[in-house]
Design a protein around this ligand. Structure first.
Ligand code: SF4
Ligand code: SF4
Length: 320
């Protein structure tokens, strides 16, 4: 999030890495999902690594590169080096100015991160208002972690609310409670990640303890806000029956406003993005789960939380 200078005033801006129209997986109905840049967690399995840093970043697409090297000549910082099949970006030198993007004749470079005012973003999401109305959909604020840009998100939520657009917040739950409390009057639904019950394991694979996450979940539910819980089922990390049972017991006992619990099968679709950002991928080579494994997890979950469902690709194909 940044502030651009205005005329005696200050314009609040937010930074996104994607605005996805006609989304059907981030809440009810047809939705526009706004992906905000920046996340305080570092989940080993994150399939949106371009959402982790709050800053704009340069991405290189190996399959599009034709080796023209116009980008190297255009870069004033000397941040690029091209070896066969590999572009090295010196991220300490690159300030994401985008000159190389403009110079590339093949569209092989992209700066990820776009700045918006709340009014401009409202105008963007309002384009599909008719679809929200007819499908029971709305706008979902996701990321990254939208609460890293809490002031901007609050401004956008208020504008959406005033425009009659239903808003869902998709959050990892780590923001200070006061920020969630301030936002609740403008929200219709909270999509809430619960990944691991064991706090020590949670810290190892996400970088943070889960105490505040569990506390915020209790408080959001106690405030009467409808919630959808989302649990990524990750091989070797969150896919034990014990973990699913512990999360299910917590949801059943302490989150009375949960309408649905999604078990989301591990996807490796994010792996190429790590290469494009020159980052290691901790789960490289991990196979997808099998349908039997997901159904076993679901059986545990639905025994505790009847609204539990599962989705995602498996080794045997998509669920029916
Ligand atoms: S975005 Fe700018 S600084 Fe970064 S590599 Fe391209 S031209 Fe150089
Ligand atoms: S909380 Fe979500 S966006 Fe953040 S690192 Fe984890 S998976 Fe990625």
């Amino acid at each position: 999030m940044g502030r651009g200078l205005g005329k005696g005033d200050v314009a609040l801006t937010g930074t996104t890495f994607n605005v996805q129209r006609f989304s059907t997986e981030d809440g009810p109905g047809i939705r526009t999902t706004v992906f905000f840049k920046g996340c305080p967690l570092r989940c080993a399995w994150c399939h949106n690594p371009e959402g982790m840093s709050p800053q704009p970043e340069l991405m290189w697409y190996d399959t599009r590169c034709i080796g023209a090297q116009d980008c190297l000549r255009a870069c004033p910082a000397g941040a690029l080096q091209l070896a066969p099949g590999d572009m090295q970006v010196d991220r300490g030198l690159c300030d994401a100015c985008g000159l190389c993007v403009d110079a590339c004749p093949a569209g092989a470079l992209e700066v990820i991160g776009r700045s918006w005012t709340a009014e401009a973003l409202l105008a963007e999401v309002e384009k599909d208002a008719v679809f929200y109305q007819t499908s029971g959909g709305g706008v979902t604020l996701s990321g990254g972690e939208p609460m890293m840009q809490a002031e901007f998100v609050a401004a956008l939520c208020q504008l959406c609310h005033q425009a009659g657009l239903p808003v869902a917040l998709d959050t990892c739950g780590i923001a200070p409670w006061v920020q969630y409390r301030a936002l609740l009057p403008w929200l219709d639904l909270v999509l809430y990640d619960l990944k691991l019950w064991d706090g020590a394991s949670h810290r190892v694979v996400t970088g943070v303890d889960n105490t505040a996450i569990l506390d915020n979940a209790r408080r959001i539910s106690a405030a009467g806000m409808p919630m959808w819980i989302r649990t990524p089922v990750i091989p070797g990390h969150t896919d034990s029956a014990e973990n699913i049972a512990a999360l299910g017991a917590f949801i059943a006992a302490e989150l009375p406003t949960v309408r649905r619990w999604d078990l989301l099968a591990y996807t490796n679709l994010g792996e190429p993005k790590y290469r494009r950002l020159d980052r290691p991928y901790a789960l490289a080579g991990s196979p997808l789960l099998t349908r039997d494994q997901m159904e076993a997890m679901h059986a545990v979950a639905v025994g505790l939380v009847p609204s539990a469902v599962w989705s995602g690709a498996t080794q045997q194909g998509e669920p029916g």
